[in-house]
Ligand binder design. Structure first.
Ligand code: ATP
Ligand code: LTN
Length: 333
């Protein structure tokens, strides 16, 4: 890592198949940052277990996320790509920061409220302290910028609050990070319920496009996407389904939304949805081919994880040691 570049950190949970929302809101933006910044992209398996996971599926999903990171264009030689559970400093810092985070601020987190409603039978304390682990991920690397989708803005705010609180007591221990949220694709909505965000753990698979969905599946999901009854392709708050499809089209093709509205001015919803589906298929096909190639290359993937895990451990431990010293833990002799 060169000293003169700013540091970027972000992550994704291996809690299911990466969706078009994750791709447009996060992953695709990450690939544009890799030359200008020192970047760390984590596969946050420790966050994923805040919801019950099947062990074999979690292992597979973690590997799938790794392959899809690389297939999307993240170069594992330029970026530190690693599994969160391989760097124990995340858990260690998280314990410390738990002691500097208030129950009140955690109970205001919308993600906690939503997930505890959805998993009413498993409202575990990990789900509650999820943002503290996320703050630890970010603060361990003295991160400047965190590229995420709109839904993570509140978690970034609490990360900043925790960092400032800690620095206020002990001096400048942590860099206070900024959220980095792109305008295009920051909130892709569910295809059948465009009032809620597309989410990889959604049980209704017609709501989500997975990056690895076959072209015929992608086309059929777009054909079934909810629109409205006035048959006019226009971006507007009162047309959430159509607006979402326009945003997706704009994000995958690079065409602006006003240009897309013109393109579809006299086109019925059926043909509009087919065009959006085709644009997404065209965008995802090369990525899917790269994943198929990577799948054959187990040794290569293993070596990436090993080398990058070591780099992350080294950087994380520097901050952790500093924290331990500041709070008064006895030195190791
Ligand atoms: P889960 O359903 O398990 O909560 P998720 O789909 O919300 O998962 P995460 O792994 O929590 O995905 O998020 C990974 C990244 O993708 C984050 O930066 C998040 O902001 C972004 N993201 C998630 N959903 C969307 C969406 N619908 N639109 C844009 N960005 C999104
Ligand atoms: N909570 C995030 C995933 C995540 C993350 C991070 C993102 C965990 N740790 C650190 C950015 C930086 C989410 O997307 N739901």
């Amino acid at each position: 890592m060169s000293d003169d570049k700013k540091i970027i950190f972000s992550g994704m949970q291996p809690s299911g198949l990466i969706t078009l929302g994750n791709y447009l809101g996060a992953l695709n933006n990450w690939t544009k940052l890799q030359d200008e910044y020192n970047c760390l992209y984590c596969i946050v398996d420790m966050h994923a277990i805040t919801v019950r996971q099947n062990p074999a599926q979690l292992r597979k999903a973690s590997r799938d996320v790794l392959m899809q990171y690389i297939a999307s264009g993240l170069d594992p030689e330029k970026n530190i790509i690693y599994y969160q559970s391989h760097v124990s400093a995340h858990a260690e810092l998280s314990w410390v920061l738990n002691c500097y985070t208030y129950m009140g601020e955690l109970s205001r987190m919308t993600q906690f409220k939503e997930k505890s409603q959805k998993h009413a039978d498993n409202i575990n304390s990990g789900l509650f302290t999820y943002p503290v682990l996320m703050a630890s991920d970010i603060l361990l690397y003295q991160t400047d910028l965190v590229p995420v989708g709109e839904d993570q803005r509140q978690h970034l705010e609490i990360t900043r609050d925790i960092a400032m609180r800690f620095n206020g007591i002990y001096g400048d221990v942590f860099k206070v990070p900024e959220a980095y949220i792109s305008k295009v694709g920051a909130k892709v909505m569910a295809l059948q319920q465009p009032e809620k965000k597309m989410s990889k753990s959604d049980e209704n698979k017609n709501n989500t496009i997975a990056l690895m969905d076959e072209p015929s599946i992608i086309m059929s999901k777009f054909k079934k996407a909810v629109t409205d009854s006035d048959n006019e392709v226009r971006f507007s708050d009162d047309k959430p389904g159509v607006s979402n499809l326009l945003s997706i089209y704009s994000a995958v093709t690079g065409i602006t939304i006003p240009e897309a509205e013109k393109e579809f001015a006299n086109v019925g919803y059926g043909n509009f949805k087919t065009s959006v589906g085709e644009a997404v298929v065209a965008r995802l096909e090369p990525l899917q081919k790269r994943v198929a190639d990577l799948e054959k290359n187990k040794d290569y993937l293993d070596s990436i994880i090993k080398i990058n895990g070591e780099k992350a451990n080294h950087l994380a431990n520097k901050t952790l040691r500093k924290v331990h010293k500041k709070i008064g833990f006895p030195p190791r002799v």
